[in-house]
Structure formats: C-alpha cells, structure tokens
Design a protein around this ligand. Sequence first.
Ligand code: HEC
Length: 162
Amino acid sequence: MKRGEKAVLLLMTLMVGGVMFRNWWVNDHQTEKDRGIPFYTTASPELTRQGADLYRQQQCRQCHSLWSVRNMMESIPAPALDGIGSLRSEEWFYQYFSAPNPQAILPSRLKAEYRMPSYAALSEDNRQALARYMASLKVQDWYLQETRKAEYEKLTGKDYHP
Ligand code: HEC
C-alpha cells in the first residue's frame, strides 16, 4: 500500500469507529428514548398536496416556517405553523383566513407590512382547504406539555405543576 492509501484507510477506520462509538454512547447514556420529531399531519395525501400547493402559491413561506422550512432571506417574526392544528380549530382557521381584517381576530404588534394578510379574496374552496390543512398540522402531547412547562418556568421562574 502507498502512503496515501494508508492514510485514507486510517481515516476511514477512524470515521467508522467514531460513528460506532457515538452510537454506543448515545444508546447507553440516553436516559430518555429519542421520541423523534413531534410534528405530524393527519391530512390525507390529497389534502396534503392541495394544502402544500396553496401554501406555496400564496407565499405563506415568506413569513412562516413549516416543517422547519422558511425563507432564509426574510426575518419576519411570524409564528411557526408546525403543530398549529393542535392549538386551534379548522373553524377558527377558516374565519381567520376569511376575515377582511385578520388583526381583528388576532391582534398584531408588528409593522403593517409584516402582519398576516387577509385571504378573504381567495375562493371559498381554497380557504376551506387551507383551513383543513392547517387543522391537520398536529403536535404530540408530550412536546406541547414540555413547551408549556419550559415557557411557564421561563416566564415565572417557578416550577410547573399542572
Ligand atoms: C406578510 C407575512 C405573512 C404572510 C405572507 C402570511 N402570514 Fe400568516 N401570519 C403572519 C403574522 C405576522 C402572524 C401573527 C399575527 C399578526 O401579526 O398579524 C400570522 C398569523 C398566522 C396564523 C395564526 C397563528 C396563530 O398563532 O394562531 C396562521 C394560521 C397563519 N398566519 C397562516 C398563514 C397562511 C396559511 C398563510 C398563507 C396562505 C400566511 N399565514 C401568510 C404573517 C404572514
């Protein structure tokens, strides 16, 4: 073997060994099982396609993040939409998207150009589909509880006992 080849082999051995060590370490030292990504959707493939299409066409991504995806060029402090369907109902979303002035439903502290636009001009079908899609974006209970706990403790400095 040439010297270069030996070096490559050594490097590969180190990398494979590193990964194996890491896996062993993580498996042995994790007190809690990795519960995975807490966000999921209950939408049918059809609704997912319809919702995702609308979401793209209407440029929701300009301001919001969903599935951890957002427009990196913008820094508008709009809420993330992951799991939003666990917090609000389809009916609520429908009313919100249909409102000529969404800020009458959800007040805003932002500058006018950053606020949630009205989608009242969208067709009835599209507003319904969007509302159904938003309502399908769920978050696992344990994550919601942990978030609430963290939020409560951050805000009050006290232990959280629900
Ligand atoms: C110009 C930026 C912008 C765009 C585009 C936008 N939003 Fe928003 N959205 C916001 C902001 C900011 C808020 C928080 C309320 C406010 O400040 O008006 C919000 C609030 C929301 C909420 C309520 C979140 C909650 O806390 O309950 C939902 C749902 C939502 N948007 C969905 C959408 C969808 C779906 C689209 C695309 C059809 C969209 N938004 C497009 C900025 C935007």
